[in-house]
Write a protein that binds this ligand. Structure first.
Ligand SMILES: Nc1nc(=O)c2c([nH]1)NC[C@@H]1CN(c3ccc(C(=O)N[C@@H](CCC(=O)O)C(=O)O)cc3)C=[N+]21
Length: 278
């Protein structure tokens, strides 16, 4: 019987803390504003953006949406990024991903001022993280660390295995776990004997983007399992982990939904606050 790592509860705690700090800044005449660039009308993206704006409102962060049709020229987005970089009223901003076909996110993300990069995805933010300079942290990996810490799970000296090496999750999460003094192994699609390597983990993080790929044979008895996956199916949302099979072996496990997802949203608010302080 594993302990369930409740991301909704931990995210609510983060929002309360952020809200209190936003109020303090406001009383000193500093406002916090998070701008969002949304291109096209993909229903999932529209919903995510609406949720993020509601989160902002709840904690007293202003939010301005910059909406574009899917055929907007790349150049126009470049100009907007430069303008938001320079606008002192904007604490931070992000581009909702993925962009529609025909647009290239990377050169846009690369242009974002790292002090306003609330997604923490620009090469400058990634570089700062890698060399240990202060930086805005990518929301999902930071959410994973916060979910662990807020549940009293010790990381120092423990064996952490990250499944997945994306720039969005796997790579920055490995950096954050290193910073917490965990011993870190990163696995990926070419890893041999994945189950064997994963079974060494005291802390196992699944961020591979393959629905229910991780089962009991990947998990050591008593391990802490974090599921970053999110897959929409006919009968609801599931993760990268076969929960029913893994939960009995784990000492603690994060559910999908209600685990890492809510933490990702909360850490975006935290980053907006951090950006406003810069
Ligand atoms: N620039 C950018 N930054 C992002 O951080 C970003 C993005 N683009 N594009 C899309 C992905 C996806 N993502 C999620 C955030 C919260 C939940 C979340 O709250 N999930 C809930 C379930 C929500 C539901 O019911 O759909 C949960 O797991 O409990 C999920 C996914 C952020 N993303």
């Amino acid at each position: 019987m594993a302990r369930i790592l409740n991301g909704r509860a931990a995210a609510a705690a983060v929002r309360r803390e952020v809200s209190a700090e936003v109020m303090k800044l406001k009383s000193r005449g500093v406002s916090v504003r998070l701008d969002v660039i949304l291109v096209g009308e993909d229903p999932a993206s529209v919903t995510y953006v609406r949720n993020k704006q509601n989160d902002c409102a709840e904690v007293g962060i202003e939010s301005q949406l910059h909406s574009f049709p899917e055929d907007v020229p790349q150049k126009e987005l470049e100009v907007l990024v430069e303008r938001l970089n320079e606008d002192d009223a904007v604490s931070g901003f992000f581009i909702q991903l993925p962009l529609p076909r025909g647009l290239d996110a990377q050169p846009l993300i690369s242009r974002i001022d790292p002090d306003k990069d609330v997604d923490g995805l620009s090469p400058l933010s990634a570089g700062r993280l890698a060399v240990g300079l202060p930086s805005l942290l990518p929301c999902t990996p930071h959410g994973v660390i916060q979910l662990l810490k807020r549940n009293g799970i010790e990381l120092e000296g423990r064996e952490a295995v990250v499944l997945g090496r994306s720039n969005l999750v796997g790579k920055p999460l490995a950096q954050l776990l290193l910073r917490e003094n965990a011993t870190v192994t990163v696995c990926h699609s070419r890893t041999q004997n994945l189950a064997e390597v994963a079974s060494r983990a005291d802390i196992l993080v699944a961020a591979i983007g393959q629905r229910e790929m991780i089962g009991g044979d990947h998990v050591k008895e008593g391990a802490v399992v974090i599921d970053v996956g999110i897959h929409r199916t006919q009968d609801g949302i599931t993760g990268d982990v076969r929960f029913g099979e893994v939960e009995p072996k784990a000492s603690a496990i994060s559910p999908v939904p209600g685990g890492v997802g809510p933490m990702t949203r909360a850490m975006l608010l935290y980053n907006a606050l951090e950006a406003a302080r810069r």
